[in-house]
Design a protein around this ligand. Structure first.
Ligand SMILES: NC(=O)c1ccc[n+]([C@@H]2O[C@H](COP(=O)([O-])OP(=O)(O)OC[C@H]3O[C@@H](n4cnc5c(N)ncnc54)[C@H](O)[C@@H]3O)[C@@H](O)[C@H]2O)c1
Length: 280
């Protein structure tokens, strides 16, 4: 197992992507601290890991509140003795564009995505520095960080901010052998999240009903160069690789795109139309 003896703090552990990442890290031997604003999600995640033979605790925490963040890092140390890995994934959706975005809503969204990543990175890094044996921080970005995204100004702006936040703190923390990277997911298969929610016994409301979502996802999958959308567990395996010092020990300040080729795709080619041919 890649992460035996490591303690991982993961924020935003809904049954979707971050729950999938948490379960993959635990499957690789990490002791898991599941963090979310929702108690049913942190408990569902921790209990599921324990049922599979792993070690985990759930901590309810608002990632924008510095005292709660400090307490959460303290709870991780109290339960498991250290913090070696942090994965920042807590997010708030608010699909509004420039002309319709109230400034207080913009600030609240940026505060969760960027402010939350800053607070958790700061207090996890302070703990890692005290421990003196390095560490690994992963920020979860999005394909919306890599291109102009209409109607989602708070999210797209915050997520692209996370990319340079990652590079900047990677430089700051390098002297302490704390590696910092980001991972870019794309539109994601929701069936694994639905099954995980059932397994955890929690209610997880997808942005639209499952039938509508299935139709949207089928189309997005066809548009993706690898012709399907990734599952949360596939992001989890990539996070396990990036956080494993034996495998990725010289990787820092990097963005690993697990997006089926979506960011690499030339804008004028839609894989759903078949081979690229301008003159068709
Ligand atoms: N779902 C996708 O298709 C997709 C695509 C690209 C990137 N991503 C990224 O992957 C990550 C996970 O996405 P998801 O779809 O699983 O998200 P999700 O909406 O299912 O879960 C986000 C979690 O963050 C928690 N949260 C919100 N505000 C919080 C706060 N102040 N403090 C603590 N917790 C808070 C919510 O309670 C929720 O459980 C996010 O960073 C997202 O931007 C998702």
């Amino acid at each position: 197992m890649k992460l035996e003896g490591k303690v991982a703090v993961v924020t935003g552990t809904s049954p979707n992507i971050m729950g999938g990442i948490a379960e993959e890290l635990a499957a690789e031997g990490a002791r898991l601290v599941a963090v979310d604003a929702r108690e049913d999600f942190v408990n569902g995640c921790a209990e599921s890991i324990k049922r599979s033979g792993g070690e985990a605790i759930g901590v309810v925490c608002d990632v924008t509140d510095e005292e709660q963040v400090k307490r959460t890092i303290g709870s991780a140390v109290e339960a498991f003795g250290s913090v070696d890995i942090l994965v920042n994934g807590a997010v708030k959706q608010n699909r509004k564009g420039l002309l319709g975005m109230p400034i207080d809503e913009f600030r609240a969204q940026v505060d969760i995505i960027l402010g939350g990543a800053l607070l958790f990175s700061k207090h996890a890094a302070l703990q890692m520095i005290e421990q003196g044996r390095g560490g690994s921080i992963i920020n979860i970005a999005s394909t919306e960080a890599h291109g102009g995204s209409p109607g989602n100004i708070g999210y797209a702006t915050s997520k692209s901010g996370l990319l340079n936040f990652t590079r900047s703190i990677a430089m700051e923390l390098s002297e302490h052998r704390i590696r910092v990277n980001s991972l870019t997911p794309t539109a994601t298969d929701v069936y694994e999240g639905r099954d995980r929610a059932e397994r955890w016994g929690v209610e997880w409301l997808m942005p639209t009903g499952i039938a509508d979502m299935a139709a949207i996802l089928e189309e997005r999958g066809r548009m993706t160069p690898l012709r399907r959308l990734p599952k949360p567990s596939e992001y989890g395996k990539a996070v396990a690789f990036l956080t494993c010092d034996d495998e990725a020990g010289m990787i820092t300040g990097f963005d690993l795109r697990v997006d089926g080729g979506n960011v690499a795709r030339f804008w004028g080619w839609n894989p759903a139309d078949g081979p690229h041919d301008w003159v068709r």
